[in-house]
Design a protein around this ligand. Structure first.
Ligand code: OXD
Ligand code: MN
Length: 613
């Protein structure tokens, strides 16, 4: 039996609750060694990982890894929220009884780390000193060194975070066991994987993957599912899959903070890291805070909603990341940044990396290039000639501090006051560029009916949204009706409330299908209008679904939009909206105990649309 206590003593880890937890899982998983991790261990662990072949060098101070071919994405079907109360079951949280899940996971994990090192990773999902710190500490135990290296980039990692806890028992127990990846039946009826958050016991048990989305437990499992549950159970805060950015008007000195959610493939990371369009750069500065998670609470001191990004890094999708779509990300993963790439293409000879959209065409000389599966491009069979080189979900991992426009105050424990909460769908013909909503219940209603258009038959019917409430569908940990009520309660407690808005960069011309709005850095123009609306500098045009800018109110300097396109971008198509209202009714009806305020908001919007028809 391994000597857990000596390893913990040596690391100075003296929190007795953490020690008991580590001892329990070390014994159960049968790990051979224990190693306690601090962020300073990064350089040594990188060297070891390269020596062991787990990482390959990808240019100066950058690294490359491939995950197992059947282990390249989050698995929503295998992800479960378990509690001891059946009333916690919702539509999306895949609820199961805690006792059943714990027994099952213990059985899977028993002896499964035999011969391996168990890394003990104490972490904090918040800037130190945050009022939400009590919900932020965790200890991930994992049997995979690359997971540790990702955790060091994605969370603050140090023993002191658990030694210094005010309540020594208030940390998330996050257990990751890789399992025998080649024999887990991924995607078959006999799938052995389980990714379980036992939310009312603050315990996360993930078995059967070493891919980041399933294995970095601080991020999604703790930062979203567990934190959302904790926020609800405590009544104190919201944890949402939101970006967070700041816009400073250099002329007035005023800074606006915007947070918000978008379903995947709707440009959330690109918007989070955006810069101002060149022509507006003299006047406005955009600061990056976070691209994926925000925790929101009301500060009793001034009654405003404050947001923090609990993460320490970015785990971004590589596909289509380039100078035009996301210049700040490109800088954040350049040589010398310590970035880790996963499942992009890799050149054995030059240690370069490539992904679809990095450049318009793949490298012309294919010598040395291997695709994400490790197959030589030069030796691809004809049938695979056009297959992508990188996996569509290939990633880069880098720390927040590497983003060139990281906000100076990103570690402020209080967070930043939120001026606007935006929801961004992906809709070809109904949603205008931006519509603002000043009523709380209508704003929450808008978030609950967020969605992205079905893109191909398998996803749903043409023109019908795949609803993704608040962009939290895969991360919902408690029932949707209670979730809506909690939103109304938390934001409703603010004395100065943020304005809500819905944005859409994806409207197309009905005739030739071209995108009406160029997107990317120009998206800031919609947010600038929203900020001015919040401050009463513009009034917009009221419509049944919110306030839309007039053409004159948008700052379009330096753009060359055809007038017809601009008009369409700001038009509300009442008939299409009335069709949508019927789908919304069906979508919301699935949620038990949806607050009456939300139904009232729905009926108000529907009646206003009918009155215009
Ligand atoms: C996600 C992610 O899967 O942020 O949403 O990685
Ligand atoms: Mn995400």
């Amino acid at each position: 039996m391994i000597d857990v206590d000596s390893a913990l003593d040596e690391a100075g880890l003296n929190n007795t609750h953490v020690r008991d937890y580590v001892r329990h899982w070390a014994e159960l998983t049968g790990a051979e060694r224990i190693e306690v991790i601090n962020a300073e261990d990064d350089a040594r662990l990188l060297r070891e990982a390269v020596e062991a072949g787990e990482l390959l060098p990808a240019g100066e101070g950058r690294y490359y890894s491939r995950s197992y071919v059947k282990d390249t994405a989050r698995s929503e079907e295998r992800t479960i929220v378990a509690t001891n109360d059946p009333a916690d079951a919702g539509v999306y949280n895949n609820w199961r009884p805690a006792a059943e899940m714990k027994a099952l996971l213990e059985e899977r994990m028993r002896g499964a780390s035999a011969g391996k090192t168990m890394y003990v990773v104490p972490y904090l999902m918040a800037p130190p000193g945050s009022p939400l710190e009590a919900y932020a500490a965790g200890v991930e135990v994992t049997d995979a060194r690359p997971v540790v290296l990702h955790m060091i980039r994605m969370a603050r990692v140090a023993v002191k975070y658990v030694n210094e806890l005010a309540d020594q028992n208030s940390f998330v127990r996050a257990v990751h066991v890789t399992g025998d990846l080649e024999n887990l039946g991924q995607g078959t009826p006999d799938d052995q994987r389980y990714f379980v958050t036992v939310a009312d016991e603050r315990t996360i048990l993930h078995y059967g993957s070493s891919y980041g989305g399933n294995a970095l437990l601080g991020k999604i499992a703790h930062g979203l599912r567990q934190a959302a549950y904790d926020g609800w159970a405590s009544g104190e805060f919201l944890a949402e899959q939101f970006l967070l950015l700041g816009i400073t008007d250099k002329q007035t000195g005023r800074t606006y903070h915007v947070c918000g959610g978008m379903p995947s493939a709707s440009g959330k990371t690109n918007l989070a890291m955006t810069l101002a369009p060149d022509v507006l750069g003299d006047r406005y500065r955009v600061d990056f805070y976070g691209d994926d998670i925000a925790w929101l609470r009301v500060d009793p001191e001034d009654g405003r909603v404050y947001a923090i990004n609990p993460e320490f890094g970015v785990f971004g999708v590589a596909k289509d990341t380039n100078e035009q779509t996301n210049p700040t990300a490109v800088a954040a993963i350049a040589e010398g940044t310590g970035a880790i790439f996963t499942n992009v293409a890799y050149n054995d000879d030059t240690a370069e990396v490539w992904w679809e959209g990095k450049t318009p065409e793949p490298p012309a000389d294919v010598t040395g290039w291997r695709d994400w599966k490790g197959e030589l491009i030069a030796e691809r069979p004809d049938a695979e000639r056009n297959a992508p080189w990188a996996h569509p979900n290939s990633r880069f991992t880098t720390t927040l501090a590497r983003i060139p426009n990281i906000a100076a105050d990103y570690e402020n424990p209080r967070g930043v006051p939120v001026d606007a909460i935006i929801f961004g769908g992906r809709t070809r013909d109904r949603e205008p560029l931006v519509r603002a909503i000043t009523d709380l219940a209508e704003g929450v209603y808008d978030g609950l009916t967020l969605g992205a258009e079905a893109t191909f038959a398998a996803e749903g019917t043409e023109g019908v949204l795949r609803y993704d409430p608040m962009s939290m569908r895969p991360f919902m940990s408690y029932p949707e009706g209670a979730y809506a009520a909690h939103w109304l309660k938390v934001i409703g407690a603010a004395t100065e409330r943020p304005v809500f808005a819905h944005v859409n960069w994806f409207q197309r011309d009905p005739e030739d299908g071209h995108f009406l709005w160029p997107g990317y850095r120009d998206n800031l123009r919609a947010l600038l209008w929203l900020a001015r609306l919040k401050d009463g500098e513009v009034t917009g045009r009221p419509t049944p679904v919110g306030i839309v800018p007039t053409e004159e109110e948008l700052d379009l300097r330096g753009m060359d939009l055809p007038p017809g396109d601009l008009e369409r971008l700001l038009t509300i198509d009442t008939e299409r909206w009335r069709q949508e209202m019927a789908h919304r009714e069906e979508h919301l009806s699935a949620f038990a105990d949806l607050p009456e305020e939300i139904w009232e908001a729905h009926r108000r919007v529907a009646a206003a649309l009918d009155a215009e028809a």
